[in-house]
Design a protein around this ligand. Structure first.
Ligand code: BGC
Length: 246
């Protein structure tokens, strides 16, 4: 069965129909730039455009880069603050002619996809997926079960929020070398490990495509560290999985 997945990010909004048996995109994804400011109405318009690109009609799963309880947005660190308090499923449902909408946190969606089809397949115990992008997202699993909205990117590191020290946006903005950035990521992973003692860290986000450039530089973390296998499509696939599971 195919279900549509959309990943709303700080810089791009991308989506595609997803083949839920294979856990992969059924067609190449379509991407539009996130409008600035990224207000609910403008972002909803972009989501509608991505869905319309495929002539899709049916269930749609959507990720959001903030805390989502039910389908209400509770935080918006890297998108317009006017999202806070918005029922995203209701808003998007109106724009998408009543198609059933499921909304969840972006890292949670990516984690769900990786735990079923990627680096976390069949893994028991504590597994933490971390996505590095505009911010840092987290998804915590115990014996394959998600604890949603963990927000570990906002842990304090060296007196700052971790995502203000170690996201890939910070790497780009400050023009950090792979070595400099890996050192920050290492410190962050050690901190998260101290708190949760996971067996496995799955590293996602666009940077997972370049895992060979920085994972070998990370030392002193006991847990296994694996790059996301679905790479930057994990959010789209996980969104569609969540919508398909309803
Ligand atoms: C948000 C998280 C999100 C992460 C990655 C953080 O700033 O608070 O909810 O998962 O960025 O987009």
């Amino acid at each position: 069965m195919n279900v549509f997945g959309v990943d709303i990010g700080g810089s791009g909004i991308k989506g595609a129909p997803v083949d839920l048996e294979r856990g992969d995109l059924a067609e190449p994804r379509h991407k539009v730039l996130t409008p600035q400011p990224s207000t609910p109405d403008d972002v909803a318009g972009c989501v509608a455009e991505v869905v319309a690109h495929f002539g899709w009609s049916g269930p749609v799963g959507v990720t959001f880069p903030g805390v989502v309880t039910g389908s209400t947005i509770r935080t918006a660190a890297n998108v317009d603050k006017s999202w806070i308090g918005v029922d995203a499923a209701a808003l998007l449902g109106e724009r998408l002619s009543g198609m059933p909408i499921t909304v969840l946190n972006d890292a949670d969606a990516a984690g769900i996809a990786e735990m079923t089809f990627g680096a976390g397949r069949g893994r028991k115990g504590t597994v933490i997926m971390l996505t590095f992008g505009t911010g840092i997202g987290s998804a915590l699993f115990t014996d394959g079960r998600l604890v949603p909205n963990t927000e570990l990117g906002h842990l304090e590191l060296d007196g700052h929020e971790a995502e203000k020290r170690a996201s890939t946006k910070v790497k780009d903005d400050k023009d950090l070398s792979w070595e400099e950035w890996a050192q920050r990521v290492q410190k962050y992973l050690a901190h998260v490990e101290m708190l949760f003692s996971p067996e496995l860290f799955i590293i996602g986000g666009g940077v997972s495509r370049k895992a060979e450039k920085f994972l070998p530089l990370i030392k002193g973390v006991r847990a296994e560290i694996a790059p996301a296998e679905l790479q930057n499509n994990a959010g789209i696939v996980g969104a569609a999985m969540a919508a398909g599971a309803r």
